[in-house]
Design a protein around this ligand. Sequence first.
Ligand SMILES: Cc1cc2nc3c(=O)[nH]c(=O)nc-3n(C[C@H](O)[C@H](O)[C@H](O)COP(=O)(O)OP(=O)(O)OC[C@H]3O[C@@H](n4cnc5c(N)ncnc54)[C@H](O)[C@@H]3O)c2cc1C
Ligand SMILES: NC(=O)c1ccc[n+]([C@@H]2O[C@H](COP(=O)([O-])OP(=O)(O)OC[C@H]3O[C@@H](n4cnc5c(N)ncnc54)[C@H](OP(=O)(O)O)[C@@H]3O)[C@@H](O)[C@H]2O)c1
Length: 236
Amino acid sequence: MNTYTAEVCRIQDLTHDVRAIELRVLDPPTMTFKAGQFVSFEVPKEGQPRPVTRPYSIASPPAQDDRILLVLNLVQGGPGSSYLFRLRQGERTSFKGPAGAFYLRDDGERARVFIATGTGIAPMRSMILAQLHRQPDRPVTLFWGLRSQRDLYWQDELATLAAAYPRFTVVTTLSRPEPGWQGVTGRVTALLDERIQSVDNLAIYLCGGSAMITDVTARINAKGLCPIYREKYYDE
Ligand SMILES: Cc1cc2nc3c(=O)[nH]c(=O)nc-3n(C[C@H](O)[C@H](O)[C@H](O)COP(=O)(O)OP(=O)(O)OC[C@H]3O[C@@H](n4cnc5c(N)ncnc54)[C@H](O)[C@@H]3O)c2cc1C
Ligand SMILES: NC(=O)c1ccc[n+]([C@@H]2O[C@H](COP(=O)([O-])OP(=O)(O)OC[C@H]3O[C@@H](n4cnc5c(N)ncnc54)[C@H](OP(=O)(O)O)[C@@H]3O)[C@@H](O)[C@H]2O)c1
């Protein structure tokens, strides 16, 4: 792991509580990483003498090695997300990385299924972009669970990718939609039950909170055996 100095080059509010932050790496000037890996920030925590460490997945693909994109939700009073939400364009920061074992594995001929809730989409975006670029003909499915319409983002980008890559399927499902939602409703667990009959030829990647990971893993195991790779963001 290296320590990187970086400059905030772009900030984009994606929803009421989700922000994308693009960091241009300055020193060293490029970063080599595997799609799905994360970087870690040491941030001050009120009332604690030592900083605490908070990891954030890289949402951009490895081919872009001079900048990384982070996407995170604001946790009120949370030291990590509050620190990153306080950063302003042009400001410098530092992080350690890359790290983590949640990256695209050699899954042979298996079709890949990515299942994310909330900002668990971050490493999936990196992996999907890398995968579509490397092997455009390999089937890839993304199931993404959010709460309601106000939590939606990146829908146009994903639709554009699905149009460009016929083997890429994306389904966003809302668990608590407001009236007027024409799309898929329910949790990703229900989607999995409806849309996946057999896991025989699949490799499944999960990212989000622990309850989703536990529940989805149980549903997959009930259908059969296949590789399951998991990145847990927090314990419920
Ligand atoms: C490998 C890894 C990669 C991660 N990548 C991302 C990422 O790309 N984007 C991202 O938003 N977060 C990511 N996280 C979570 C992130 O590291 C922090 O835990 C999160 O930002 C909350 O930290 P905090 O200090 O602000 O809040 P804390 O004071 O640590 O509060 C944590 C509590 O906030 C709640 N919470 C709300 N949203 C989250 C969330 N996204 N993650 C964790 N807890 C949450 C939970 O109830 C949790 O108990 C990742 C975690 C891991 C382990
Ligand atoms: N996003 C918000 O508006 C919001 C607001 C206040 C607090 N929070 C807190 O912030 C944290 C993280 O937020 P987030 O946006 O990452 O997650 P989230 O909003 O809590 O959930 C994202 C999606 O994951 C689903 N989910 C939760 N548990 C699941 C399970 N066991 N199996 C399958 N799907 C499951 C949710 O469904 P359900 O809706 O059915 O739970 C929702 O569709 C949580 O601790 C949450 O309580 C979020």
